[in-house]
Design a protein around this ligand. Structure first.
Ligand code: FAD
Length: 385
């Protein structure tokens, strides 16, 4: 059954209500746009992702007036980042930069819900349990809205001059738009993560060992998110061996991480991301645009997807208001290009520890340039060199 409700008219339709979509919707609604957001998930649910925020991401949350809600919900402050290269430790204590002296890694159940709530408070209409199934098009085939399936299974037509796909790396909006992949990474990691109880908050701990990576990310409710990253073929071998056990895998591939985990109590079941090489997709066309992972996905090894999504939500929202959506992908790509290439090198998991450290130094330079760009203290585009 198809229902065509003519007054289902908006300025913007956003598909996906997590970090990219909810932020974009919030920013547009705060500027007076009539926004509807659809997501086939339910509010406050988890998704496959660890959730370490970098400084530019924390900056955005503070600027949008939402950091206090994240801190108020008991998200622990991260004041140190440690890089552990095959057991050799490099501790970096965080200094105040752009007014941010601590990082945070809120659970997605908290972060996405906080952003979605802020979007609703700003006036956006949120429709959960509702999936985008295709565009409504005009006689020339241009998108003029979205067909969505309601929780009751009814197909409804929503109308708007622009449909924003914030629907993740397997974006249905991208597919419906025929968005081309413009650039692809060579490498990916497989990543197994699990929450554990009983670890002190020692900040972010990023472990590297020959052919493997791992880490500890302190988060809400006294839990730490622990992960091991391996080349996809190694993970496949482990799967053949039987049920995945994070601590055993850590002791086999990242022994210094296994030392970190002595005495912890695992909670819940481990989650496996089997790997997907990064990409940039064509991210704007007539009547549509993509934001977040839908348009730009980088391997999780650099833990930057959420931070980038919060940056790009603002760039896209500004472009929608200014009527310059066609220019948005070029700016996003200039800000992200070097970071993408470095992440790809890191995801190869094939460097010596000295080479990995050099990649981290270059990543740090592009991160800082991005951070200054987001904070408005510099408009120079990031360069790794
Ligand atoms: C294993 C792993 C670890 C990671 N760790 C980190 C990290 O530590 N730090 C970090 O910053 N990033 C990390 N990332 C990256 C981060 O998860 C993503 O960059 C981020 O989730 C992108 O957000 P998004 O809003 O674009 O998409 P998503 O979070 O994927 O949300 C997309 C939403 O769209 C909805 N949707 C999809 N299709 C439809 C449809 N047809 N109709 C309606 N709704 C739809 C989905 O239900 C979903 O709610 C990690 C990723 C992985 C896989």
């Amino acid at each position: 059954m198809i229902r065509n409700i003519r007054d289902n008219s908006y300025d913007v339709i956003v598909v996906g209500a997590r970090c990219a979509g909810a932020s974009t919707a919030m920013l547009l609604a705060r500027r007076g746009a009539r926004v509807v957001v659809v997501d086939h998930d339910q509010p406050g649910t988890d998704t496959m992702s660890t959730h370490a925020l970098m400084r530019a991401g924390v900056f955005q949350l503070r600027k949008w007036g939402l950091l206090h809600a994240i801190i108020g919900a008991g998200t622990p402050a991260v004041r140190r980042t440690s890089f552990i290269y095959d057991g050799e430790v490099l501790d970096i204590d965080l200094k105040d930069e752009d007014g941010i002296a601590s990082l945070y890694a809120p659970r997605r159940t908290l972060l996405d819900a906080t952003l979605a709530n802020a979007a609703a408070v700003a006036g956006a209409e949120l429709r959960y349990g509702t999936g985008f199934v295709g565009f409504v098009t005009d006689d020339l085939g241009r998108a003029i809205g979205a067909k969505v399936q309601t929780p009751a299974g009814v197909i409804e037509e929503l109308h708007a001059p622009i449909v924003i796909g914030a629907d993740g790396r397997r974006s249905t909006v991208a597919r419906a738009a025929g968005a081309r992949v413009m650039r692809t990474a060579q490498n990916t990691i497989s990543c197994l993560y699990q929450y554990v109880r009983g670890l002190p908050n020692r900040g972010y701990r990023w472990h590297f060992a020959p052919g493997a990576a791992g880490g500890v990310i302190p988060t809400n409710e006294g839990l730490s998110c622990v992960f091991v990253g391996l080349p996809p073929e190694a993970q496949a071998e482990l799967r053949k061996a039987g049920p995945l056990n994070l601590q055993q895998i850590a002791s086999r591939f990242v022994p210094a991480l296994a030392d970190d985990l002595a005495g912890v109590q695992p909670t819940g079941v481990p989650v496996l991301f089997s790997g997907l090489p990064g990409f940039f997709r064509q991210s704007a066309g007539p009547g549509w645009a993509l934001v977040g992972d839908a348009g730009y996905f980088r391997d999780p090894i650099s833990a930057h997807g959420i931070t980038d999504a919060l940056r790009d939500a603002e760039i896209l929202a500004d472009a929608v208001i200014a009527g310059t959506v066609a220019d948005y992908p070029a700016l996003r790509d200039s800000l992200s290009s070097d970071f993408f290439a470095l992440t790809d090198r890191l995801a190869g998991l094939d460097g010596t520890m000295g080479e990995v450290q050099n990649i981290h130094r270059a990543l740090n330079r592009t991160m800082k340039a991005n951070q200054r760009w987001v904070a408005g203290s510099s408009r120079d585009l990031p360069k790794a060199a």
